[in-house]
Design a protein around this ligand. Sequence first.
Ligand code: GLC
Length: 622
Amino acid sequence: MKPKYALFILLALASCNGLAPTVDRSADPAASAQKVFLAYDAAAKQLLAKMTLEEKVGQMCQPDQGALKDPADIEKYFLGSLLSGGGSGPKNQADYTLQGWTDMVDAYQRHALNTRLGIPLLYGVDAVHGHNNIPGAVVFPHQIGLGCARNPELVEQIARITAEEVRATGINWSFAPCVAVARDERWGRTYESYSENPDLVQVLGEAAVRGLQGAHLADPLSVMACAKHYVGDGGTAYASAAWNEGRGLDQGDTRCDEATLRRIHLGGYITALRAGVGTVMPSYSSWNGVKCTAHKYLLTDLLKDELGFAGFLISDYNAIDHLDPDYKKCIEIAINAGIDMVMLTDKYAVFCRDLQELVAEGRVSLARIDDAVTRILRVKSALGLLDKSRPPLADRRLHRTFGSAAHRAVARRAVRESLVLLTNERHTLPLSKTASRIHVAGVGADDLGMQCGGWTISWQGSMGDHIPGGTSILTAIKNTVSKDTAVTYAQDGSGARGADVGIVVIGERPYAEMKGDSAELSLPQEDLDALATMKQAQIPLVVILLTGRPVILGEIPAQADALVAAWLPGSEGQGVADVLFGDFEPTGKLSYSWPRCVSQLPVNVGDSDYDPLYPFGHGLSY
Ligand code: GLC
């Protein structure tokens, strides 16, 4: 491990015990790393000088490609960027392939090249655990598992592979890493965060930016990263009243003083800036009642002026719509607060018209427009997009290594290192490869969709085996044992009597964002029933949890002889079998405190009454 990372890991672990001082990163030379973008100022300003107001405003607009009324609108409105929101791919299901995605993105680029100035598109996608929208991509463990692996070099390597697979489709921007510090597991986005611990988030977030952006953004295998969601998205307060009105933690209100906001939630942005991140996405959530998307102090005074952020701010998906009943006022508030590019669905014509009017009416200054567009063009220049000798179309040679065995081997290693052995009574694990019969149960044993979780093929993810190239945990077990070992499977746990050992794979069904907000953190009854049925067979029982967060376990630890947290491991289930059968030791350590019950929440290191079921840093080995 590189010395610089080792220091941070030590700091992360020490600080969780209150031993190390919380280093004030606000003085870090993040600004110096950001100066790399200032080197492109001349190129940006030279192009800016040629642009009409209409062309400038078009650069600040990012519609979802699925909402385009006509691809030619890219030319009509001089659009500077498109995104594919979760699952927003080719319209025909038959084209929902690597080839189909690549053809779609290239076609949009050609429209952009067809405009007067031919400024290529920035095309953004949520490649948050591999290029997870595309069938056949390697799907890596979600960030919570990487937080438990605590291996920044591995995170950087994963991000590098992800960047390559994203580039294979001609896409040049990923809305990652999420550097949220999730403080309450009832939040549906807990698995998108590395940890409750700010230092761990900072180390791993920095590694992810370095992997995605590489040594130089102009590298054809690099993509632009996006640190999100700025700031304090993981610290929103649980309010039962809001919950009862259907509003959970997601997009809620983070209530704390500025010192606490800086100490817990800001560090991931400082280390991302230091890694040269080109974009930052403000959060839907609020800080003390004021929405981050409208917060001039946070966006301009703190991030841009104090910390020296020289890239650009992209608002979250239709996030500006929530700022005011009047859409034109929403635009005015967001742009004047410091938003440089607006992510939206179908209101791109209205946005372009209204923003031009706001400038004509003096409600948004031309200086603010020029600052925003200069920032966008600086980043495009750094990516090589203003270099006319480099067509921005996909390098289809990369299709050869898309989802390759070499990429999958790295994901399999990440799965191994993300597993946390919570209990292991009487050395139940590791299992023998030569047992006469192993009985497997639980819906998660043979369901790649559940193994991958949300943000996989679609926004919410889904149950099922629509992840080509993946290996389920049941298949992995069969791949590992001797040819004389019988591996039997019954989802409901029946038929276990007489087996040498039982393995039950249970957990959460896929979800994303607010759909995952949960006040109970309980497992589905069918999982508990399968476990109970298996228990009646009176054989040693290994329970594997496929969850996006610590959940309330109730009687499960007492029923299990061994209990493994596998989180959302992604496509490479073989990594789970590698540890179950002892080819590799379990090395994962909890990056979250595991609550005993929901009444304990939020429970985090440093609480005066800290008494979790399993503490931050817990993890057994063989
Ligand atoms: C979503 C998420 C954000 C994502 C964006 C684009 O609502 O909040 O994380 O990057 O929209 O899909």
